[in-house]
Design a binder for this molecule. Structure first.
Ligand code: BG6
Length: 484
């Protein structure tokens, strides 16, 4: 199978925060891979913009180092790195002052797509947006890309939206949630809406419950201070897990176009019921013999921030009334894995008798690692001796199905940046979606803060606190094992 590279229009992409961590780890190596894939038009350019003093040569060196360090799918040689670096320029700008803006204006070309990536603290979004307009370098077709965290509650998100809306139309604003750029996440929509097989079963009549797990093995060391102000709820649930929940639960949009998809996602968020405290378990990882505890990583011995959270959510609509959605995410868990599992109900009556046991279908959609899908079906155990049933997986691993091309599964950032250049907002969050997500999240956080609930300690590299297992156990359900 040969992957197709769809050309994009010529562009000037400015990365504010161009020397920062995200630019080095994700954005620039991602652009480099698109360059190698032949997707960057010949005259397209990337301009790093940041506060630090560098000349273009130093910036190129920094990008060369970043590509070597972070570009795992490196299929190009040094010559290609060199050719890519030729496309790069650097300008020193002061986001809050006037330095550098005239120089940036000089660099921007007319008649090409202009995209501005705000890879900076949200407190700078408004200032940069304002300057792009006042220096006349953002026409009606210009796009801005903003990163999470998009606010830390409803009020701050509203303020950010209002600050951006003063200078840019919603059709120009691309709010990134990199989970939406993951290959399997899009495949989820293809599977749901491209096949007739699943849709008739996709409701509370046939689905017992749904589990969404995003487990990481890393701790928060290195970014403890940031993380301690967010916690798993703000860092992962309000955005990534809720986006996954929306895609799995939404009604079929009439078209695969940005507003049709986002309207349906918004309806899901608005239909989410408030979650009471019995349906929330928060945790903090403990120290191991050689590694610090969450509180040590966070630098606060009394921190009450969660590095793990499990929630039981209900969606009040006709399709899902009665089907719980269990969400779980955490740091320093047993394995790095992200999975959505649709747990179907048992067959209503077993014709094979009690001894055949109870069996239920499970559709598991793996985001990482080993992207793919598995459908667990029940068959007869081979051999003589009566009717014994056994569950076997029908496995669709992308790596196997796509052969060599799986190697080339596009990284989320690569895909999303190219969507910005194409002007396709389908995989980006709309302002009202982000606000609705905070409107649901805020009362949950307030309730545990008001109650003074403490996170439960959990052993590092385990499945999280025992209480999370109990939450499902109480109702006769079980989490799926966290494994790669
Ligand atoms: C980020 C969070 O948005 O997503 C991090 O801030 C988290 O805490 C990361 O580690 C996980 O992303 P991925 O793509 O590695 O699953």
């Amino acid at each position: 199978m040969v992957s197709r590279v769809i050309p994009v229009d010529d562009f000037d992409l400015v990365i504010f925060g161009g020397t920062g961590d995200l630019a080095r780890r994700k954005i620039l190596p991602g652009l480099y891979r698109r360059f190698c894939a032949g997707q960057m038009p010949e005259t397209a350019r990337i301009i790093g913009a940041a506060r630090s003093e560098h000349d273009t040569e130093e910036f190129r060196q920094l990008v060369r180092d970043a590509i070597r360090e972070f570009s795992t799918k490196n299929t190009c040689d040094e010559g290609q790195i060199g050719a890519f670096l030729e496309r790069l320029d650097y300008v020193q700008v002061d986001a809050r002052g006037s330095d550098g803006w005239d120089a940036l204006k000089e660099m921007m070309r007319d008649g090409v797509v202009k995209a501005y990536y705000f890879s900076v603290a949200p407190s700078l979004f408004g200032d940069i947006a304002e300057r792009l307009q006042s220096y006349g370098i953002a026409d009606e077709s210009a796009r801005i890309v903003v990163e999470k965290p998009f606010g830390r509650d409803l009020d701050s998100a509203k303020k950010l939206n209002a600050d951006l809306a003063k200078h840019f139309d919603e059709t120009q604003i691309y709010r990134i949630d990199h989970y939406l750029g993951k290959e399997t996440v899009q495949n989820l929509m293809a599977v749901r809406f491209g096949n007739i097989l699943f849709e008739p079963l996709w409701n509370s009549q046939y689905v017992d419950h749904i589990q969404i797990t995003v487990a990481e093995t890393v701790g928060v060391g290195g970014r403890g201070e940031y993380y301690d102000r967010s916690g798993a709820m703000r860092d992962m649930v309000q955005n990534h897990l809720m986006q996954l929940l929306c895609l799995i639960a939404m009604e079929p949009p009439s078209r695969f176009d940005p507003d049709a998809v986002r309207d349906e996602k918004l309806k899901v968020i608005r239909a989410l019921e408030p979650v009471d405290h019995h349906s929330i378990v928060r945790g903090q990882y403990e120290a191991t013999a050689t590694e610090p505890s969450y509180r040590e990583d966070a630098g606060d011995p009394r921190s009450t921030t969660e590095s793990f959270i499990a929630l039981r959510c209900m969606i009040s609509n006709w399709r899902w009334a009665g089907t719980p959605f269990f969400l779980r995410t955490g740091k320093k868990l047993k394995a790095r894995t992200s999975e959505i599992a649709v747990m179907f109900k048992d067959a209503p009556h077993s014709i094979f008798g009690e001894e055949a046991g109870r069996h239920a279908n499970v559709l598991s959609i793996r985001l990482q690692p080993n992207e793919g899908m598995t459908l667990k079906v029940t068959i007869k155990e081979p051999g003589p001796g009566g009717m014994r049933l056994v569950d076997v997986p029908l496995d669709m691993s992308f790596a196997e199905a796509l052969g060599d091309d799986a190697e080339e599964i596009t990284d989320a950032y690569e895909r999303l940046i190219m969507d910005v250049i194409r002007g396709n907002q389908t995989l980006f969050m709309r302002g009202d979606e982000v606000e609705a997500a905070w409107a649901w999240t805020d009362p949950l956080i307030e309730s545990w803060e008001k109650r003074g609930d403490m996170p439960k300690a959990y052993e590092a590299y385990s499945s999280g606190p025992e209480e999370a297992a109990m939450m499902l156990h109480r109702e006769g359900r079980r989490w799926r094992e966290i494994k790669e």
